[in-house]
Design a protein. Structure first.
Lengths: 420, 59
């Protein structure tokens, strides 16, 4: 059995190592995301019903319905969301990822990423910035106005500029930012800067007013996390070829919806293994504390699933000022992740680790054997809808997800007569 | 002379597995000691140990 598992895991890692995530354009959710329609709302994490959604996810759904014109105020949006008329589905079921609440509605512009090594696509909305934003469950007028500006100005300007620029190789860009102090999840300062550098010469050439073009550049410049929404679908596109490799014990998805944490394992295909999401240990913005925090939320943990984010913390010592701890802790976190992963990235190399590749490909057997859980860098949403981000910190998945997955894997192997 | 007494007449170099307080006590007495970073497979969870073992057996 171990020979079959080893062979399958080798295949999964080969897929990941040779992935070529590439930005090929910007589309619209309704037109581009598979099986999307006007009454479907995508969200982060495993499946969840309206009743079980946490505050920030409910807030983001309310904002999404107002943005789409399907409701004109909070009360109407709540009634519609509870009516059964709206279909709620995980982003991951539609080749999509969404940070925090991860809400995607039909009119939203989306980055389109192609994994050129396999031809599969992945999607993600454009990052809205920090503070009061939809992904943290805020839905006030300023949030809706910004979403409209993203749709009417930001996306069209960037679409036109990208047509002039041509495809952007995100694997090579992420490899660079990992050597510039970003870990790709909670620190995206280098990535955002590099992206602006790539795009600015073409933005100035497109046929929009100077004011619009300046607003686009200022918006990207003001938001250190702008590149996160490119890193995430790059990771999604890279790992999706591992969705269903028979006998593989490598984790293919980790994601949270604010109520539950869910994982999928390559050899177990479409099954989610879920457990209640944890509260994040971190640093809070002035005026907030742990009592205000919502449990862990968002698809951004796709970065750790593919070997960056918390797994690459050693390369981002400055991040400890945002998430807590010391630079030595950051090195320790990365070092411990080699215990539960299969290989080292051949592209993402960390100068602080003597250019060692990031720990890549989580094996559920190793997690259970060592009892070392993946480390995740993340933002903290307020537990009430409408408030927004209140801090950032470090969290781990519940062990139960991995225990249940291992048990299911053993049962499947036994049912197929592969083991006694 | 008992073999064990021979050991105590030499400089001790200790690798300690298990309770870290043994290692700390030796350190406080200036005895060279290394604490081995070790814990039982699956943290000693018998159900998980059995599952892992089933995947490792040859049929």
């Amino acid at each position: 059995m171990q020979d079959l598992i080893k062979k399958a895991n080798k295949q999964a890692l080969e897929n990941l190592q040779k992935a070529q995530p590439t930005l090929i354009g910007i589309g619209v959710a309704l037109k581009d995301i598979p099986n999307m329609d006007k009454k479907t709302i995508l969200h982060a994490g495993p499946p969840i019903t309206w009743d079980n959604m946490s505050g920030p996810l409910k807030g983001a759904v309310i904002g999404g319905l107002i943005y789409e014109g399907l409701a004109s105020n909070e009360a109407e949006a709540r009634t519609l969301a509870a009516s059964g008329e709206i279909k709620f589905e995980p982003c991951h079921h539609h080749n999509t990822v969404g940070p925090m609440a991860g809400v995607v509605t039909s009119s939203m512009p989306v980055w389109i990423i192609e994994n050129k090594a396999f031809g599969n696509l992945a999607y993600c909305t454009l990052n809205e910035g920090l503070g009061k934003v939809l992904r943290y469950g805020a839905f006030s007028e300023e949030v809706i106005e910004r979403l409209n500006w993203i749709e009417k100005t930001l996306a069209p300007v960037l679409t036109a500029a990208l047509k002039l620029r041509g495809d952007i190789d995100l694997k090579s860009m992420i490899a660079q930012v990992v050597q510039m102090g970003d870990e790709g999840h909670n620190r995206n300062k280098a990535g955002t800067s590099l992206f602006i550098r790539e795009m600015a010469p073409y933005i100035v050439l497109v046929d929009f007013s100077n004011e619009e073009k300046a607003d686009v550049l200022k918006f990207m410049h003001s938001n250190d996390h702008f590149f996160l929404n490119l890193t995430m679908p790059a990771c999604k596109a890279a790992i999706d070829p591992n969705a269903n490799i028979k006998y593989s014990t490598i984790v293919s998805i980790m994601a949270r919806n604010g109520t539950e944490f869910g994982i999928k394992v390559s050899g177990l295909g479409d099954r989610w293994f879920t457990a209640p999401a944890e509260i994040i240990d971190g640093l809070f913005f002035p005026g907030y504390d742990k009592e205000d925090a919502n449990p862990d939320i968002g698809d951004s943990v796709i970065t750790e699933t593919t070997g960056i984010g918390g797994f690459a913390m050693a390369t981002a010592p400055a991040i400890v000022q945002f998430v807590g701890g010391t630079p030595q802790d950051a090195i320790q976190y990365t070092t411990s992740m080699y215990e539960i992963t299969e290989e080292e990235s051949n592209a993402y190399k960390m100068p602080t680790m003597n250019f060692r590749g990031t720990p890549t490909g989580i094996d559920i057997q190793k997690v259970i054997e060592t009892q070392i859980l993946p480390i995740i860098n993340t933002g903290i949403a307020h537990k009430d809808p409408g408030v927004g981000q209140v801090g950032a910190g470090i969290v781990r998945p519940p062990m139960k997800c991995f225990e249940d997955a291992l048990e299911a894997f053993v049962e499947l192997m036994a049912s197929e007569g592969m083991i006694d | 002379m008992n073999k064990i007494n021979e050991l105590f007449s030499k400089d001790l170099k200790v690798i300690n597995m298990g309770l870290e307080s043994f290692h700390k006590d030796l350190k406080s007495q200036d005895v060279d000691s290394i604490q081995m970073n070790w814990r039982p497979t699956a943290g000693g969870n018998e159900k998980m140990m059995a599952l892992l073992a089933r995947l490792k057996t040859k049929k």
